[in-house]
Design a protein around this ligand. Structure first.
Ligand code: MGD
Ligand code: MGD
Ligand code: SF4
Ligand code: MO
Length: 756
């Protein structure tokens, strides 16, 4: 396992794309430190050679003017000066220890834990979080999926029970509030969608207010009115139950509480709800009935219902929908799966005495993480237990958190912010210390987004380029920072795991760099092999007993293209249920209350008002956005402005023409946008892309110009799900007006960052 990593190599190097949760396997040629040729890797266990158009541009991630190459310290005049690593570790450690010892560990918080391609840092940050004595872990996942995780805990027994979908084998595929043609969310998404669309025996259904590319492929597109999915989904379940179309044998064998569900849904005014949701009644019935009668149907939802009105209730209704149809834990349906490195934990009941809560807003943890929506309020207050120090890793909340200006105000109040990133980001510009990480092509990395079932895989990527001078990998950064705070292997569990590396099988052949990341992988291999021995053996990993864990570990570290780690039987997924009776517990009290209250909204106009008459989906996935991972906007081949999509009727009514500049204004702020008139947009519903609004300059140290809309100027922290605090980004009430003749613009809210 020698490590000859060169700036230039004539060999194709196996690695992965880091732009979305699929992490498709790649092969790359490197020349002079550039990723010059990129293609899909057929040897990758899940992507099998598939890539989308975004991966080919990855050199824009590896090489650009804003890569960080030295630790930085804020200066009195608001600029930055370079410092060496020793100084950085010493000063940061002293500051964190001082805050911890003066106010208690709860005045410190951690934000991040990995973007779309880097999760090893999440494990190693444990060393620092333990030294900080904080359990306040803020994560982007808690602005999308925690409502869903909480429901998994109720229905399946633990918040770590996670169902995946089996579209490759599904006869019916239903996508709700997601556009996998662009966002993926399943392996080889476009291929799978095309396969289903062109097979007359299979059906593709889409629920989305916009006629997306996925919706265009669909047999039936239900163009729901934004924010009204709870009505549509209730109507679908109501129609199924009122016509006795549920899978009664499944209910009898695998579920608890169906009588209460029947009672709750037998009174739903199906036609009225369906019409309120804005969809054709006959189409709604066809979709519901097809789902109920199909031998194999999979359902997938994403941000369109999670970041929309009734977020957690929507997720509950989606689960009930496939459960009453018996589309669970069988071939072609939604199935629980295994996790090699679990992404989240399990937290107790929201109201339980031993559930950790935040000190200022009292938010209980869900799945051991906290929502970005409450963070500014936890900082920007005179409360004695407020957050005073923050470490941010591989996240850019200044751009991606709800209410940008609240974030600016809050971060300005922090006594210590440390940002660990590969690039000078908007968040890094707010920091007291910025620590430069080696890129994901310069170090060992992995993601924990392995949701495959029945086959699952893991991909430990090897470095394909030498480290950029001045950078370190996160495992090293976290261990050294924890040590500088006085932690030792005797007092710190992560440091203890790292110290044991000499006991790893084959340790003598490993480089120091590999040894550093191997500890957690070794422990995970042992655990996984013990839990799922037969499935691991079925994946071709041969040994038994303790040897199987060692063999799995060796397979992982010796497969730089990724490796299949388990092949299960479909029936095994019942074994992943965590309720003692192995049944789905259908009734979730909090949701039954919200469901019962839904009818009160009937007849109400949408939450948008005369003042803000349109609903904005703030954060659409398009061909050329990828969260905030690419900083240089030159990577984009189209949509340079990140245009506002608006229907022809709305545009005409507002006197807006295609290509025109306009103002988009919400209760929180306003931003300038470019109008794109398209009949794919529903009347009353406009959208802006996610991941724009980054400032970029070719010249290191300069901020440069902002490209495209900084959408989170328009969003608000308290416009969110009451339970999980997931923001309603897809249904932001706004008004849009032509710039010429516009009301006199006051201070344009997005000016704040430029002043930095
Ligand atoms: N190209 C690209 N792909 C990505 C990303 C990226 O930045 N760029 N980001 C990745 C990440 S982090 C995530 S979480 C996923 C998200 O993936 P998705 O959730 O699929 O992406 P979005 O485009 O945000 O939202 C999906 C759809 O929700 C619809 N929608 C809006 N409002 C409503 C509503 O009220 N009801 C319903 N039913 N639908 C509604 C929108 O019209 C949109 O088509 O994408 C991942 N993939
Ligand atoms: N209005 C609105 N807001 C949204 C959304 C929306 O749809 N609408 N979507 C939300 C969703 S679903 C998500 S997931 C979030 C995403 O938002 P964030 O969690 O902020 O994540 P990214 O934008 O992916 O930022 C990744 C950061 O990691 C850095 N990075 C890349 N590689 C490395 C590495 O190897 N090491 C380190 N240390 N850093 C690295 C990148 O430079 C970048 O700064 O945005 C959310 N915000
Ligand atoms: S962005 Fe495209 S190529 Fe990259 S991981 Fe996602 S689907 Fe694969
Ligand atoms: Mo996300």
């Amino acid at each position: 396992m020698s490590e000859a990593i060169h700036q230039t190599s004539k060999e194709w190097q196996p690695t992965a794309c880091i732009l979305c949760a699929e992490n498709c396997g790649l092969e790359v040629l490197v020349e002079d430190g550039h990723l010059t040729k990129i293609r899909g890797n057929k040897a990758h266990p899940s992507s099998k050679g598939y890539v989308c158009q975004k991966a080919g541009r990855l050199d824009y991630y590896q090489n650009h003017g804003q890569r960080l190459t030295t630790p930085l310290r804020r200066t009195a005049d608001g600029g930055f000066e370079a410092i060496d690593w020793e100084t950085a570790f010493r000063e940061i450690a002293a500051k964190l220890v001082e805050l911890r010892d003066t106010h208690g560990g709860h005045c410190l918080a951690y934000y991040g834990g990995g973007g779309q391609g880097n999760h090893l840092s999440g494990s190693y940050s444990g060393a620092l979080r333990e030294a900080m004595q904080t359990r306040y872990y803020y994560s982007s996942l808690a602005q999308e999926k925690t409502g869903d995780f909480w429901l998994n805990g109720k229905l399946y027994g633990r918040q770590t029970c996670h169902p995946t979908s089996d579209f490759a084998n599904a006869e019916v595929a239903l996508f709700i509030g997601t556009n996998p043609w662009q966002s993926h969310g399943l392996p080889q998404a476009r291929k799978v969608l095309r396969d289903i669309a062109k097979d007359p025996d299979r059906k593709l259904f889409v629920i989305d207010p916009r006629r997306t590319k996925t919706a265009e492929l669909a047999d039936i597109h239900l163009p729901v009115r934004p924010g009204r999915d709870a009505f549509l989904l209730s109507a679908m379940i109501g129609h199924i139950i009122q016509n006795d179309l549920q899978d009664s044998a499944f209910m009898e064998a695998h579920a608890d509480g169906f009588d209460s569900i029947r009672e709750a849904f037998s009174g739903i005014p199906v036609q009225e709800y369906s019409e309120h949701a804005g969809v054709d009644f006959e189409d709604m019935k066809t979709v519901a009935e097809t789902l109920a009668k199909s031998p194999a149907a999979s359902v997938r939802n994403d941000l369109g219902i999670e970041q929309s009105l009734h977020s957690t209730l929507n997720s509950y209704l989606v689960k009930l929908l496939y459960l009453v149809c018996g589309q669970f834990n069988k071939k072609g349906a939604n199935c629980l799966h295994t996790a090699f490195m679990p992404l989240i934990g399990h937290s107790g009941d929201l109201g339980a005495a031993d559930t950790l809560r935040t000190k200022v807003t009292g938010m209980p943890e869900i799945s051991k993480i906290f929502p970005p929506n409450i963070l500014p309020a936890e900082i920007d207050t005179v409360h004695p237990d407020r957050i005073r120090g923050l470490v941010v890793d591989s996240s850019n909340p200044m751009v991606t958190g709800a209410d940008h200006n609240a974030y600016v105000r809050a971060f300005e109040k922090l006594e210590c912010i440390v940002v660990i990133d590969v690039a000078m980001t908007e968040t890094a510009r707010m920091a007291h210390y910025v620590l430069p990480a080696s890129s994901q092509y310069e170090k060992y990395e992995a993601t924990f987004f392995n949701f495959g079932f029945p086959a699952n895989h893991f991909h430990l990527r090897h470095p394909i380029l030498p480290k950029t001078e001045g950078t370190l990998s996160e495992p090293e950064i976290y261990c050294r920072l924890a040590e500088a705070m006085g932690a030792t292997p005797e007092t710190n569990r992560t440091l203890a795991a790292v110290a044991q590396v000499d006991m790893l099988p084959g340790a003598e052949e490993m480089s120091d760099e590999l040894k550093r990341v191997a500890g957690p992988l070794f422990l995970a291999s042992q655990r996984y092999a013990q839990l799922y021995a037969e499935a691991v053996q079925r994946a071709g990993i041969s040994d038994s007993g303790e040897g199987l864990g060692n063999a799995l570990f060796r397979a992982i570290i010796e497969s730089p293209e990724g490796v299949e780690i388990s092949v299960h039987e479909y029936s095994d997924s019942w074994g992943f249920m965590r309720h003692k009776d192995k049944k789905v517990h259908l009734v979730v009290d909090e949701m039954m209350v919200e469901l019962a209250a839904l009818g009160e909204e009937l007849g109400e106009e949408a939450a948008s008002t005369a003042e803000f008459p349109l609903f904005l989906a703030a954060g659409e996935r398009r061909s050329y956005n990828a969260n905030t991972i690419y900083r240089d906007s030159a990577w984009r081949k189209d949509d340079p402005h990140g245009a506002l999509r608006i229907s022809p009727n709305d545009a005409e009514g507002l006197g807006l023409a295609d290509g025109q500049a306009a103002m988009c204004e919400s209760i929180s702020g306003k931003i300038e946008v470019h109008v794109h008139v398209t009949d794919s947009a529903q009347d009353g519903f406009v959208s802006l892309p996610h991941g724009y609004g980054l400032s970029y300059s070719e010249i290191p140290g300069e901020t440069g110009r902002r490209h495209g809309p900084l959408i989170n100027v328009l969003t608000a922290a308290d416009y969110c799900d009451p339970l999980a605090k997931t923001p309603y980004h897809k249904t932001v009430p706004v008004r849009v007006y032509a710039l010429a003749g516009a009301p006199e613009a006051e201070e344009v809210a997005e000016g704040t960052l430029a002043a930095k």
